[in-house]
Design a protein around this ligand. Structure first.
Ligand code: ATP
Ligand code: MG
Length: 412
């Protein structure tokens, strides 16, 4: 049998040791025999070498075989080591029993029959070889598992890093988008104020010109001045109200409030009235039910309405539609309120309708940031617990804002 194997033999009679060592080394190719003449010497060997099998004499001065076996079996490192006892024939019965009790796997009776001994050892060595192979395999497996676990852990770590990175990037992007949308809103506000101011500015100019004219022809009376200044004050008062209105509407609400839907829509339409009039757009506000309120962020709701109305104005103008019309309706069902804005500009082309809520999606080149509907959708769906949907009707685009109902007022 060839098996890389370390065998310990312990016998206090040196002749016995030599004999056994000779026999074994002749018979087994790659066997290392470690001889010891006492239990103490044997323990020293065990401490320093990996012993696969031990053959112990029982009767020895000092530590006897049983004691040595007990020590071997009580040490975690060596408890698995197979131990075979050598015992003289006349003592065999009693010794054999004691030997098994102490953890021996076999016994050999002295004087031993060489062939029998070799046969037995051959069997043990085979078993040891297989065990060692198994152990090796186990170790390899464990190593592989450990390696893969480490790899997995590494991968996990990297994934986590990636997720953090992406989250960070997203936050940055959100921030950027927020900044840009603020700019867009500011731009929008200025544009609307400009629209609202055009007419009063013209009136102011007229008043000033009239005073100048009367003065030039020396017909300016105190009453004229008084009357003009009253009018001018009224107009500037209105102009400053316009700024206040827009400023308050474009300021995001910190708190939810309860507001009347129809009233809020009317106010929003009023903000754009100057524009509707100057562009010749007819507004139809169809209120089937009044007194409905929702509890939410009122100014954000107004911003969304403005975005949608502004889009309708844009498309009506750019397509140069004949009887420009925007229809706003409020429909109430058992649990929802749907506010829809419909224009008659022909609708959103099929090939872009799925992109219109994407950030930066715009068909207006220089004139649109593409943030309007994107921000509107976030406001409605993420801040207000509602839904914003785009459809096409026969005449044009329909944008619907759908909210769960907060409270329905009884005084209609
Ligand atoms: N009522 C509508 N009819 C047809 N197409 C529309 C309508 N409303 C929006 N769209 C389309 O959706 C696109 C995206 O609208 P969105 O309001 O997000 O951006 P924008 O109006 O182009 O730019 P801005 O950020 O200045 O509002 C528009 O460019 C337009 O092509
Ligand atoms: Mg827009």
């Amino acid at each position: 049998v060839t098996c890389e194997c370390n065998l310990l033999i312990v016998d206090d009679v040196e002749d016995n040791l030599f004999l056994l060592e000779d026999v074994l080394e002749d018979e087994f190719d790659s066997m290392n025999v470690f001889p010891a003449t006492s239990g103490e010497a044997a323990l020293e060997i065990i401490k320093n070498n990996r012993i696969d099998l031990a053959i112990l004499d029982i009767q020895m001065p000092g530590m006897n075989g049983f004691e040595l076996c007990k020590r071997i079996k009580s040490n975690k490192e060596t408890e698995e080591m197979p131990v075979i006892f050598l015992t003289a024939a006349y003592k065999s019965k009693e010794f054999i029993q004691n030997g098994f009790k102490n953890g021996a796997v076999d016994y050999i009776i002295k004087p031993f029959d060489v062939d029998q001994l070799i046969n037995r050892l051959t069997l043990y060595l085979k078993i040891i070889k297989q065990q060692n192979q198994l152990k090796g395999l186990n170790c390899e497996l464990e190593e592989k598992v450990a390696l893969q676990t480490a790899e997995l852990r590494d991968l996990n770590g990297r994934l986590e890093e990636r997720v953090q990175e992406e989250l960070h990037k997203n936050k940055e992007k959100d921030h950027l988008i927020y900044q840009q949308s603020k700019l867009a809103i500011m731009g929008e506000m200025t544009r609307m104020i400009a629209h609202q101011w055009r007419q009063p500015l013209t009136s102011l100019l007229a008043i000033i010109q009239s005073i100048e004219f009367k003065d030039r022809i020396n017909k300016l009376t105190k009453d004229d001045i008084k009357e003009s200044s009253v009018k001018a004050k009224e107009i500037t008062q209105k102009m400053s109200t316009v700024i206040d209105d827009f400023q308050s509407f474009f300021k995001p609400d910190k708190q939810k409030t309860e507001f009347l839907v129809d009233k809020t829509i009317s106010k929003t339409l009023a903000l754009m009235e100057a524009e509707f009039v100057s562009e010749g757009i007819e507004i139809e506000f169809d209120i089937k039910v009044t007194g409905i309120t929702i509890v939410s962020y009122k100014n954000e709701f107004i911003q969304v309405l403005l975005n949608i109305l502004k889009n309708s104005v844009d498309v009506l103008m750019s397509k140069n539609i004949q009887d420009k019309k925007i229809k706003i309706s409020v429909v109430l069902s058992a649990s929802e309120i749907a506010i829809s804005v419909e224009d008659n500009a022909g609708g959103i082309p099929d090939d872009i309708i799925s992109f219109i809520f994407d950030p930066y999606f715009s068909t207006k080149s220089q004139n649109g940031s593409g943030m309007g509907l994107f921000m509107s959708k976030i406001i409605i769906e993420e801040h207000m617990n509602g839904k914003l949907i785009a459809n096409n009707s026969e005449s044009g685009a329909v944008f619907s804002l759908i909210f769960p109902i907060g409270f329905i007022s009884t005084n209609r």
